[in-house]
Design a binder for this molecule. Structure first.
Ligand code: NAD
Length: 547
């Protein structure tokens, strides 16, 4: 555990390099933090005040390093109490008719959209991303709400079918909420992953206990405040905070299902514990996502796509691009245009829509990205653009970086860098490009560019990846809420969105009814005759296509 202190209030400094958004007032910050249980006695759950005991974590404004809040760290007793409270609220919530539950999210949709700028302020202060990405992130929960408001009635409706004996038996699949879902969210899209995945669980009738990343707890806390304003019963959606290994075990041991988004390494730990507890888990993990440019691609569009794919969210998108494969014939053209765009990017700390790229999330993460670049260079890679931190812009800024000559023995060649760093590669045949794209343990996202759509789709189908976008990087797949989005190989288990994005939060009860005792041999019936009749019945039903 790092950056711990025992004090709950810290003077917020006034000397600032960047003007914090006016909406992020000290009063708002205190209000949000007061939602986190901070003592084992559970006395703060009314949210009115903070006790003076318990450890805290310094949550900072990324652009300046200024401490914004001392975030309470939940103890195992706090976490257990959060589950008790959520379970009590869930018992009532699950009895609400679905239409009544959905009204809450209908109201929430409007509140979320109306407050998008304030939400973006909070996302930016805690993550350091540029405003263009922050405002995009605010749109995800309303899009998810909108999709499931429309589709939940169909997906959660009981489904009745005929049973084994025609007319005399029925069997009905009844969707029941799991209970209380533990949601563990990362820092790169704290609002989208923290709120959208929880909203779906809530629509299905569950309670939620969310563990956001310590660095980015403010925007999900704000999301819960907006949901409660829309009518979500208090207590149903709890938040606990702390370092993952401290909070994770108690959270998983109390949950009926776990929705995890984060790194592959942590996903393995979560999956093991969920497996031991015999509860389900959806694991949305890391990637090392390839982009294949085919020889008929529109290079200007592909370069524009790569600028977003590599540098969007400062390279901290799970579906972003870290490897680009180019045909020999188009390599120089793409490289020169891409390098020029990277070098001309507007990279700054600002709370307006100007900058095209913002900061990394923390100085620690900046060091990790630097380590990947240094390791690649030491092993023979060439830096075509960037490659260095920018302390003049803020504590965690790093230049848009393009590498050449990266091989799989380098950190940046095989493992996820999760920063604004990409490697360009040449290929000679499409088969070679597909083989190189698939030469990874990950399988989260891929991108294929070409003007012959049929050919590009053909290449896309050969890539072992949960998502593949043709002539786009990721938005087309991720924003399509009607189709599942998840990873294969080491990039995950299960998916969000689509029908399973909602139904995964339910158990199915098979309610079967036999109207008359007709199954089995009748009393006194010769068993050979019974078996003969039963086997004939099977044949008849097949012939008549009844079963
Ligand atoms: P991380 O795995 O370190 O942390 C994710 C969350 O898990 C955090 O809240 C963290 O506190 C918590 N955690 C860590 N150890 C834990 C443990 N032992 N038990 C319980 N919780 C624990 O990942 P990160 O660095 O915060 O996030 C970046 C990673 O997330 C990248 O690999 C990225 O690709 C991935 N990601 C994936 C998706 C997706 O949808 N596939 C989306 C966003 C991010």
């Amino acid at each position: 555990m790092s950056a711990h202190t025992t004090a709950h209030t810290t003077a917020r400094t006034t000397a600032r390099a960047t003007q914090r958004p006016a909406s992020v007032t000290d009063a708002l910050l205190d209000q949000l933090v007061a939602r986190v249980p901070s003592t084992s006695g559970g006395t703060l759950r009314d949210g009115s005040s903070l006790a003076s005991s318990g450890t805290t974590w310094k949550l900072t404004e990324v652009y300046t390093g200024e401490v914004l809040v001392e975030l309470p760290q939940s103890t195992p007793a706090d976490i257990e109490q959060a589950f008790v409270d959520a379970r009590a609220a869930q018992a009532e919530w699950s009895q609400w008719p679905l239409a009544k539950r959905l009204k809450v999210f209908n109201r929430a949709h409007a509140i979320f959209v109306d407050n998008a700028q304030k939400t973006a302020d909070l996302i930016q202060v805690e993550s350091g991303k540029n405003r263009r990405m922050a405002i995009e992130e605010t749109c995800d929960p309303p899009m998810v709400m909108s999709h499931y408001i429309k589709h939940a009635p169909r997906l959660l409706k009981p489904h009745k079918v005929g049973g084994p004996v025609p007319f005399l038996t029925t069997s009905t699949a009844i969707r029941q909420p799991k209970g209380v879902v533990g949601v563990i969210a990362p820092w790169n899209f704290p609002f989208a992953t923290g709120i959208s995945d929880a909203v779906t669980a809530l629509i299905a009738g569950n309670g939620v206990v969310l563990k956001p990343d310590n660095k980015t707890a403010l925007s999900p806390l704000w999301g819960i405040q907006m949901l409660e304003e829309a009518g979500l019963p208090k207590g149903l959606f709890q938040v606990v905070c702390g370092e993952g290994p401290d909070v994770g075990p108690t959270l998983i041991d109390n949950a009926n299902y776990v929705m995890f988004t984060g790194s592959t390494a942590t996903g393995r730990v979560i999956g093991e514990r969920a497996g031991r507890n015999l509860i389900g888990a959806c694991l949305e993990l890391g990637g090392k996502n390839p982009m294949i440019v085919l020889d008929d691609a529109d290079i200007d569009e592909a370069v524009q796509g790569a600028v977003f794919g590599v540098f969007g969210n400062t390279g901290q998108i799970c579906m972003h691009i870290e490897r680009v494969y180019l045909p020999e014939s188009r390599y120089a053209e793409f490289r020169d245009k891409f390098v020029a765009r990277a070098e001309g990017l507007d990279v700054r700390a600002s709370y307006d829509f100007g900058p095209e790229m913002g900061s990394l999330v923390s100085p620690d993460h900046r060091d990790r990205v630097q380590h990947h670049v240094d390791d690649a260079v030491a092993k023979g890679a060439t830096v075509l653009a960037g490659g260095k931190p920018r302390p003049d812009l803020g504590p965690a800024f790093f230049e848009p970086t393009i590498l050449e000559g990266v091989t799989t023995d380098m950190l940046a060649g095989a493992t996820e860098t999760f920063g604004p760093v990409v490697a360009l590669h040449r290929y000679h045949t499409v088969d070679e490009a597909v083989a190189l794209a698939n030469d990874t343990d990950y399988g989260l996202n891929a991108s294929v560019w070409g003007t012959d759509l049929e050919a590009a789709e053909g290449v896309a189908r050969r890539i072992h990846s949960g998502n593949v976008n043709v002539n786009d990087i990721l938005a087309t797949a991720f924003a399509s809420k009607g189709t599942p989005s998840g990873g294969v190989k080491q990039s995950g288990v299960g998916a969000r969105h689509g029908d399973q994005g909602l139904t995964k939060y339910t158990d199915v009860q098979n309610l079967a009814v036999l109207k008359k005792q007709v199954m089995g041999a009748r009393p006194g019936q010769n068993y050979d005759d019974y078996v003969k009749g039963m086997l004939q019945g099977l044949k008849m039903m097949r012939k008549a296509r009844i079963r």
